[in-house]
Design a protein around this ligand. Sequence first.
Ligand code: GTP
Ligand code: MG
Length: 173
Amino acid sequence: MCLLLGAPGVGKTLLVKRLQKLCSPDCKGDLGDPPSTQPTVGTNLTDIMAPRKITIRELGGCMGPIWSSYCGNCHSLLFMMDASNPTQLSASCVQLLGLLSAQQLSYASVLILFNKIDLPCYMTMEEIRSLIRLPDIIACAKQNITIAEISAHKGTGLTEVLCWLQNQHRSSS
Ligand SMILES: Nc1nc2c(ncn2[C@@H]2O[C@H](COP(=O)(O)OP(=O)(O)OP(=O)(O)O)[C@@H](O)[C@H]2O)c(=O)[nH]1
Ligand SMILES: [Mg+2]
């Protein structure tokens, strides 16, 4: 089970839909136009056939205060931030630090996704690194942390996300 967390509207549901499409036989490298999404109220379970089944549990951003009650039995965590939204960054960072210090996630592998890099105002990796002191976060965390810049809208970086999920699934099964 892979947990997908992040503040409201960062793009979690779109990511899952795009990964599902990427793995579908009719995709053939063309993701097509992005589908519409609705805010997730509660939790959203999706199976991705990659080709083995990977189950992703998205928790709506509005459920932030009770995310921790879903952290048991989680071997991998996708944590998404919106790279085009500087005002949300510090709150997201606090949520990330809370998750990284949670006992139940001590052994989880973590992929931090900076989404929406298709938007003209997005913050570069260098800017984010210094704004939230990312190297310190990675150095202090117990978990193995990977970083990726993506656009769920355009499809940029989604193959790398899929590879990461496949690797985690392989090592946890
Ligand atoms: N430009 C751009 N828009 C995106 C991207 N990813 C998601 N969006 C848009 O952002 C909005 C919110 O996306 P969702 O996937 O519903 O966000 P969410 O994180 O699931 O939100 P909650 O379920 O409320 O927690 C939608 O209008 C998406 O189309 C992206 O990479 N680029
Ligand atoms: Mg959602």
